[in-house]
Design a protein around this ligand. Sequence first.
Ligand SMILES: NC(=O)C1=CN([C@@H]2O[C@H](COP(=O)(O)OP(=O)(O)OC[C@H]3O[C@@H](n4cnc5c(N)ncnc54)[C@H](O)[C@@H]3O)[C@@H](O)[C@H]2O)C=CC1
Ligand SMILES: O=C(O)C1=N[C@H](C(=O)O)C[C@H](O)C1
Length: 238
Amino acid sequence: MKIALLGYGRMGQAIESIAIERGHEIILKIDKNIESYSLEEIGIDVAIDFSIPDAAFKNITSCFKAGIPVVSGTTGWLDKYDEAVEMCNDNDAAFIYASNFSLGVNIFFELNKKLAGMMKNLEEYGVEIEEIHHTKKLDAPSGTAISLAEQIIDVNERKKGWHLETANDNEIPVFAKRIEDVPGTHTVSYTSRIDDIEIMHTAHSREGFAKGAVVAAEWLKDKKGVHTMKDVLSSLFE
Ligand SMILES: NC(=O)C1=CN([C@@H]2O[C@H](COP(=O)(O)OP(=O)(O)OC[C@H]3O[C@@H](n4cnc5c(N)ncnc54)[C@H](O)[C@@H]3O)[C@@H](O)[C@H]2O)C=CC1
Ligand SMILES: O=C(O)C1=N[C@H](C(=O)O)C[C@H](O)C1
């Protein structure tokens, strides 16, 4: 596949290594110093956006207009996700966004949903989420922590939203810690007077995120419409 990288920071570079290992070619790299760029007529099969919150929507929708399937892992821009979905469908384009592309976190998401279903009526347990990331991260809480919170809110009628650090009884508190060089650690904790239950995912490097993004790009290349990482991994979750 001929791949365009929209964002060539820590993740763009990790994706480049994995893509080359899997036999793909990087034919375009866009980063912050490239103000305007054309995606047309250079034979891009798929674009992968890991940029910054302020740039993601423009990068993604430029791909829709050029008819190029796009995978995005950029977090912190999701107030515009519904608009992106509409534009994808209007342009008959192809799109996958995931707050986390790693196989391990996508398994962790399924565990989180299962546990949330089991805990939803047990009022004696409080629930909270903690995420730890490197100090260069621009957004807080992480996109993955927001996905975990939304998965619990979807099944637990007592929880109406989430809040950073402090929360009302009807919200899930999400704690964001920044420690140098941590690739990404997420914990969901249920705490009662009698005992605690915790599930945790710890990334040891960015390799899992990068590999998942390339696998998603391979899967999306000849498809249309808006998809999720669960669609990509469907055979695993049957
Ligand atoms: N979904 C997932 O699995 C994962 C998502 N992420 C997310 O991916 C994003 C990028 O993460 P990192 O690579 O660690 O950040 P980074 O800061 O190392 O890289 C972002 C790059 O985007 C560039 N950039 C700035 N303006 C741009 C523009 N207009 N167009 C294209 N590129 C532009 C920056 O110069 C920088 O090189 C973040 O939002 C992060 O939260 C990170 C890891 C995994
Ligand atoms: O910025 C990061 O590094 C990461 N961002 C994603 C997020 O916000 O959830 C995924 C991963 O945890 C690493």
